[in-house]
Write a protein that binds this ligand. Structure first.
Ligand SMILES: [Ca+2]
Length: 328
């Protein structure tokens, strides 16, 4: 279908933000675009000039419940009114190394290495670290997607819950989600998405199977579900809550990580991955302050930041509860 006819068919009643999104997606598609209805919204997708899948869900009506199928990846969505999304990624499963390459090319395009502003350098490093951690497919090839959430601004942002669902078939997806347009108090539910990178401030609740979730150096609140989740704040001021299961709380430095429910009885562990720290002796040497209070403890590693654990004290920590690598 020609681009002009897509825009003409879809644009009636759309906000400026949705029109811009649609225009950008149509411009990126090389060749034939597919237009499908998902709930009350319209999905436009195709293949871009690099041979990757690209598309968008254009929000219309009162909200959207359904499944986006772009030919290789299925993403279930429950979106409130005014919320849509765009998505892109390789059209077939790729190796973990290829996934990292794909993500890093996007990061380089958004945050060029020629920009040496401290904030950009730190953001770029945190994103590269997060995508490398999340793309560890444990030998599996991965379905890779980058998802951007749109949230209409003409009459104010929606604050209602947004839900994205994966396929529930074991550790095969790695998804980077740009949450920049979500409202501060808006909860993003991630169901059966195996491996996730969070970009920008986000408030996330994991549900379904166990998940690996890594944030960038923005401020994220990440709550695990029933499974054995691995949650990594990734710098910034982050809050991690494991929920049920033997969870791993990851700390890579660069800010403050608050762990809300460290539970030794459930087998929770700390993964402290700091540059230059490869032995327990080095980890102990890196500690510059420890505070033990009635509610828990906090450990500071100099400029690398502080991790605070609610529910456990320094005397309860044993060597088997701490690992020096996030890998899971
Ligand atoms: Ca973070």
């Amino acid at each position: 279908m020609a681009a002009d006819s897509i825009v003409g068919a879809v644009t009636t009643g759309l906000s400026a933000q949705s029109k811009d999104l649609l225009t950008a997606v149509v411009a990126a598609i090389n060749g034939t675009a597919t237009v499908t209805d998902v709930g009350t919204s319209t999905v436009v997708n195709g293949v871009d000039k690099s041979g990757n899948s690209t598309g968008a869900l254009i929000a219309k009506g009162t909200g959207t419940t359904g499944t986006i199928n772009d030919g290789s990846v299925q993403i279930g969505v429950v979106l409130p009114e005014k919320v849509g999304l765009n998505f892109a990624g390789p059209v077939k499963e790729v190796s973990a190394a290829a996934a990292v390459t794909y993500f890093k090319e996007l990061i380089a395009a958004a945050l060029p290495s020629t920009n040496t502003t401290t904030a950009v350098v730190e953001n770029r490093a945190s994103l590269e670290n997060a995508v490398s951690l999340a793309s560890d497919g444990q030998g599996n090839s991965l379905n890779v997607r980058v998802i951007g959430i749109t949230n209409e601004s003409t009459t104010g942002k929606s604050t209602d819950t947004v839900k994205l669902s994966g396929s529930a078939t074991g550790n095969k997806e790695v998804v980077a989600i740009n949450a920049a347009n979500l409202a501060k108090e808006q909860t993003l539910i991630l169901e059966n998405l195996d491996r996730v990178v969070l970009v920008n401030d986000a408030k996330v609740q994991v549900t379904g199977g166990a998940a690996f979730v890594a944030g960038d150096n923005a401020n994220q609140s990440i709550s695990g579900g029933f499974g054995a989740d691995t949650l990594v704040g990734g710098g910034g001021n982050d809050t991690l809550v494991g929920g049920y299961g033997s969870d791993i709380f990851g700390f890579v430095g660069g800010g403050t990580t608050n762990v809300g429910d460290f539970n030794k009885a459930q087998g929770d562990k700390l993964a402290i991955q700091l540059t230059g720290v490869t032995t327990n002796a080095q980890l102990i040497s890196a500690v510059t302050a420890i505070q033990d209070t009635p509610t828990g403890m906090s450990v500071t590693f100099g400029k690398s930041g502080t991790i605070t654990l609610v529910g456990i004290h320094i005397a309860d920590i044993t060597a088997d509860m701490v690992q020096l690598s996030i890998k899971s």
